[in-house]
Design a protein around this ligand. Structure first.
Ligand SMILES: [Zn+2]
Length: 309
C-alpha cells in the first residue's frame, strides 16, 4: 500500500493484514456512534423536525407520540471478517447501506471498510484503506435514507421511494442533508468556486469516486472540477440528463441532478429556509411516487439503500 496517499488522508487499516482493522475498532465505533447521535439531534430540531411524532428513530419515545423501540442498529465495521483470515469479502467493501422499515421497527446501518484486499492502489481499487464510519458525510448520507424512507410513505408507513425517479431523489436528499449540516457547521466550506463539496472526499482521497462530480456544480459552469460525464456533458446536470449520466438509469448517478439542484437552491435561499421547504415537501401528500422500485430490497422487503452503485 506504499503508493496510497496515507499521509494527507489517514489510512486506518492494512488490507494485506488480517484483523488489522481491530487496532482502530473502538475508535471507529465511537466515531460512528457520535455521528449517528449528532445527526439524530440535528434532524429533530426545527426547521427539519424529524421528531418522535414524525417517525424518527428512538429506543423510547418519551413524548408518547410515534412509536419507540426502533433505535438505529449501527454496524460500524460490518463484514470486516467475512473473508478468510479476518478480512472483508467483496460484498462488504467500498460501500455502506441503510435499510429502513416502518416506524416502530429499527433500521439497520451497515458501514464497510474501504479498499478491497488483494488489489493494488489505485488501479485495482482507487479507495484508500479507510472506513465509512470515519467519514461524516458517509454516515449522514446513510442516516438520511432513514429520514426520507420514513417521510415519503404510503398509508401503511412503508416507503414509497420505490421508482427510478423516487430512488434517485432519495440518493440526492441523502447527499444534500449531509452537506447542508456539514457546511453549516463549518466542516465543508463552499466558496463561490465550483467543485468543492465532494461526497466521499476522505475515503476517495480527494477524488470523485462516489459521485461523478461535487454537489456544487452549477449548470453551465466550465470549471474542470465539474467535468460531468461523456453521456451528460460537462458542468452541472439538468433533468434532461436523466438516465444519461453513466449511460443507463442508476439512482446514485441520476440523483446528482436533484442533489445539485437542491444545492443551488440552498445557495439562493440559505440553509434554514431550504431545510424547511425540502423537508415539508417530503412529508405525506396526495401525490406520492408509487412506481415499483428498481432499487434493491433486503430479505425483509425493506428499502436497502446503498451509498454508491
Ligand atoms: Zn444512498
Amino acid at each position: 500500500m506504499a503508493d496510497e496517499p496515507c499521509t494527507s488522508f489517514v489510512c486506518t487499516w492494512d488490507p494485506s493484514v488480517g484483523r488489522s482493522w481491530a487496532a482502530n475498532r473502538q475508535r471507529t465505533a465511537v466515531n460512528n456512534f457520535y455521528l449517528v447521535n449528532k445527526f439524530h439531534d440535528h434532524l429533530a430540531k426545527a426547521p427539519i423536525g424529524f421528531t418522535e411524532a414524525a417517525g424518527n428513530f428512538e429506543l423510547i419515545n418519551s413524548s408518547g407520540k410515534g412509536k419507540g423501540g426502533d433505535p438505529v442498529i449501527d454496524e460500524p465495521l460490518d463484514g470486516a471478517s467475512t473473508a478468510p483470515g479476518g478480512l472483508p469479502d467483496a460484498g462488504h467493501i467500498d460501500n455502506a447501506n441503510m435499510s429502513t422499515p416502518p416506524d416502530g421497527q429499527s433500521p439497520r446501518m451497515q458501514m464497510y471498510l474501504f479498499h478491497q484486499p488483494g488489489t493494488t492502489y489505485p488501479d485495482g481499487d482507487p479507495f484508500i484503506a479507510s472506513a465509512g464510519s470515519d467519514e461524516a458525510d458517509v454516515v449522514y448520507h446513510e442516516y438520511t435514507h432513514g429520514l426520507s424512507n420514513r417521510l415519503v410513505v404510503g398509508p401503511d408507513g412503508v416507503s414509497t421511494l420505490n421508482s427510478q425517479q423516487g430512488g434517485s431523489m432519495g440518493e440526492a436528499w441523502s447527499d444534500w442533508y449531509a452537506f447542508d449540516f456539514l457546511n453549516a457547521q463549518g466542516y465543508a466550506p463552499d466558496t463561490s468556486a465550483p467543485g468543492e463539496v465532494r461526497v466521499g472526499d476522505y475515503v476517495g482521497a480527494g477524488q470523485d469516486l462516489i459521485r461523478t462530480q461535487p454537489l456544487d456544480c452549477p449548470v453551465g459552469t466550465t470549471s474542470t472540477k465539474c467535468p460531468g460525464t461523456p453521456g451528460a456533458g460537462p458542468g452541472g446536470y439538468t433533468y434532461g440528463d436523466f438516465g444519461k449520466i453513466i449511460g443507463a438509469p442508476e439512482v446514485h448517478a441520476d440523483g446528482e441532478i436533484w442533489g445539485e439542484t437542491l444545492w443551488d437552491l440552498r445557495g439562493r435561499l440559505g440553509s434554514k429556509l431550504t431545510e424547511s421547504l425540502v423537508t415539508r415537501a417530503m412529508e405525506p401528500g396526495p401525490g406520492r411516487p408509487v412506481v415499483p422500485r428498481h432499487a434493491q430490497r433486503d430479505p425483509a422487503g425493506r428499502p436497502h439503500d446503498l451509498l454508491r452503485p
